[in-house]
Design a protein around this ligand. Sequence first.
Ligand code: HAM
Length: 418
Amino acid sequence: MKYTAPRGTQDILPADSWKWQRVERVFRETAERFGYKEIRFPVFEETELFARGIGDSTDIVRKEMYTFPDRKGRSLTLRPEGTASVVRSFIEHSMGRGARVTKLRYFCPMFRYERPQAGRYRQFWQWGLEAIGSLSPAIDAEIILFSVRYFEGLGLERTEARINSAGCPSCTPAYNDLLRKELAPRLERFCDDCRERYERNPRRMFDCKNESCQALLSDAPSILDALCDECRDHFAGVEAHLKAVSVPYVIDSGLARGLDYYTKTIFEIHYTKLGAQSALCGGGRYDGLTEELGGKPTPACGVSAGVERLISALEEEGAFPNAAPGPDIYLVAGSDGAAELNVALAARLRETFSVEMDYQGRSFNKQMQEAGRMNARFVLVNQGEGGPLKLREAATGWEVSPGEGEIEKAIRDRLASP
Ligand code: HAM
């Protein structure tokens, strides 16, 4: 019997996990600067939460959820996204007390039963932000700005922010009618899924992956021409705020999101070199969701991004160093006696530095090769009883012979020198 990771899932091995650590660390640092505090929520929730929150007519709820009964027959679902869970938690813990704006972040795996392909998995990681409690377009712009700045902070410069509006319950019914009327004469040329979307929610047709459907929509009426005054003003406010912080964006009236909770602003940030799955992140405003899930009416806006896609984009861009960062020191034993002494020496040095050493009685040359393979910054050769220590910086060849008590200082001085 040979076991493999389930289809659509992957192991993240040490050769790559350092990239994940970097992406997560920069996310944490950037989110702290923008004032988003961490929330951790369960891997599974009651199925009803997602069915109501994300919407019964969405692909996620209809085809992609991992849903199972527990031992008491309750229907549970592995979270396919974070927004519904965050809003559930916001309501459950009365986080909006005092009419504050609650700004939350998360970085965790999500689960969707999708057809796996490059950039699309069944277990994938998302980072996300949710800002709950403000109607101001400044929040929408802040979330877009965060995403762009975070990508830049990782070394990804050429991303493209696309924005649109999803309207609100007072302007979308008329737009849906208009769309149905315009598309009716060519309806039979759309795919089966789109014909179903036409009945349930015609705006969802814009989300179809089928090129021939997209071509049929090219001259469809734009939602931006059908917005009510409030949505139009809000959209203008988002644009003004984006201009004020110099975030370039394009208006894409064909942009549709795969979740039903959106109102007003929707956006995605793409890295076009990734091909079909080029959306690094997507989000928008969801002013009706808190009420839909049983809370007081509370406006909100958020974003989430696929971490696997982000890492692929960073690799494509050459934004990671060539090799994983190595230990500070590789401790080489120049004799059998030194190998024994190295155990205690490593323990001492590990109070200050990361230290690797040989555990297999390998030859001096093999240990030196291993130090290079591990990309150790310094090699410390211990000859054993009475023999001199040799400390060498791998990249420059800089070398000294410190006394046993002087190793830490020698390294610290070297690291501090310009
Ligand atoms: P979403 O567009 O479904 O939005 O997902 C956000 C991002 O997650 C996508 O842009 C993509 O990078 C990544 N992603 C989605 N599905 C997969 C998959 N199967 N494999 C790999 N990556 C994937 C949401 O999830 C909303 N909760 C965003 C949001 C937050 N809206 C408001 N707040």
